[in-house]
Design a protein around this ligand. Structure first.
Ligand code: SME
Length: 146
């Protein structure tokens, strides 16, 4: 699944320099491909906070300070966050009450945080090690395209 997803993403972003357009198509592709998601998209690093970028799903909170919520912790630590039960995560920001589990992948270029890729699921423990590895691949492709 992730082989195909990575190949499709490479093809979608090839030759397109606009990062917002590439994030928008990436969100659409992930949303259409991966099952059991209720939200997927991007928060961009605009200084001391993350700001909502292209996404699929319900309208979400717009600004997230570094260190707050799952996305903010990923941004502050530059570490991927795979959370089986978001209700057990201290400081989780509930944008959509349907969310039960979450995967957040920092997108870095030259060691600098560009954005985070956020996937939310209505199913507890939806994200596996395979999803973690697969989404790291997607983030690596996006690092050169946003
Ligand atoms: N739940 C996230 C906030 C973003 S939304 O899920 C779209 C968090 O705690 O970072």
């Amino acid at each position: 699944m992730y082989d195909e997803l990575a190949a499709a993403l490479e093809a979608l972003v090839a030759g397109e320099p606009d990062g917002i357009a590439n994030m928008a198509n990436a969100a659409g592709l992930i949303w259409e491909t991966l099952p059991d998601l209720n939200w997927t998209g991007f928060y961009r690093n605009l200084g001391e906070e993350l700001v909502l970028g292209p996404f699929q799903g319900r309208p979400a909170c717009i600004r997230i300070p570094f260190g707050r919520g799952v996305c903010g912790v990923a941004a502050a630590t530059l570490e991927l966050q795979r959370i089986d039960d978001v209700h057990a995560f201290d400081g989780h920001i509930a944008c959509d009450s349907a969310s039960e589990s979450e995967l957040v992948v920092p997108i870095l270029r030259d060691g600098k945080l560009l954005a985070v890729l956020d996937l939310d699921s209505p199913r507890k423990a939806r994200f596996t090690e395979a999803d973690e590895a697969g989404c790291r691949r997607l983030a690596a492709i996006l690092a050169a395209a946003i």
